[in-house]
Design a protein around this ligand. Structure first.
Ligand code: HEC
Length: 103
C-alpha cells in the first residue's frame, strides 16, 4: 500500500511538468499572445521582444511585473494594459513561462 502511494507520487512528479507545459502552450494561444509575439514566441520586431528560449524564471517574473503594473519601461503599457495579461494567474504565468523557456 505504502509502496503504491510512493509510486503514484513519483509518477505525478514525472507527469506534472509536461502537463504544466501543455497548459502553458494552450494559455499562450488562447490569450492571444501570439498576435504580437508570434505563434511560438520567436518573433522579435520593433518593441516586441523574443520570448522563446529565455530562462523561464525570468519570463515569469517579468510577466508578473506587467500583470501587477510594476514594470515601467516605455512600452510596458502594451503588456500591462492588456486585459488578458492582467487576468493571468500565477499558475498560468508559470506554465506559459516554462513552455516558452523550453523552446
Ligand atoms: C499588443 C501586443 C502584445 C501582446 C498581445 C502581448 N505582448 Fe508581451 N510584450 C509586448 C511588448 C511590446 C513587450 C515589451 C514591453 C517592454 O518594453 O517592457 C512585451 C514583453 C513581454 C515579455 C517580457 C520579455 C522580456 O524578455 O523582457 C513577456 C514574457 C511577454 N511579453 C509575454 C506575453 C504573453 C504571455 C502574452 C499573452 C498573455 C503577451 N506577452 C501578449 C507586446 C505584446
Amino acid at each position: 500500500m505504502k509502496k503504491g502511494l510512493v509510486m503514484a507520487a513519483l509518477s505525478l512528479l514525472l507527469v506534472a511538468p509536461a502537463a504544466v507545459m501543455a497548459a502553458g502552450a494552450d494559455d499562450y494561444n488562447t490569450k492571444g499572445c501570439g498576435a504580437c509575439h508570434g505563434a511560438d514566441g520567436t518573433k522579435a520586431q520593433g518593441a516586441i521582444p523574443k520570448l522563446a528560449g529565455k530562462p523561464a524564471a525570468a519570463l515569469a517574473e517579468k510577466l508578473k511585473g506587467y500583470r501587477d503594473g510594476t514594470v515601467k519601461t516605455p512600452m510596458a503599457g502594451l503588456m500591462s494594459n492588456n486585459a488578458k495579461v492582467k487576468s493571468l494567474t500565477d499558475a498560468e504565468i508559470d506554465g506559459i513561462a516554462q513552455w516558452l523557456g523550453s523552446k
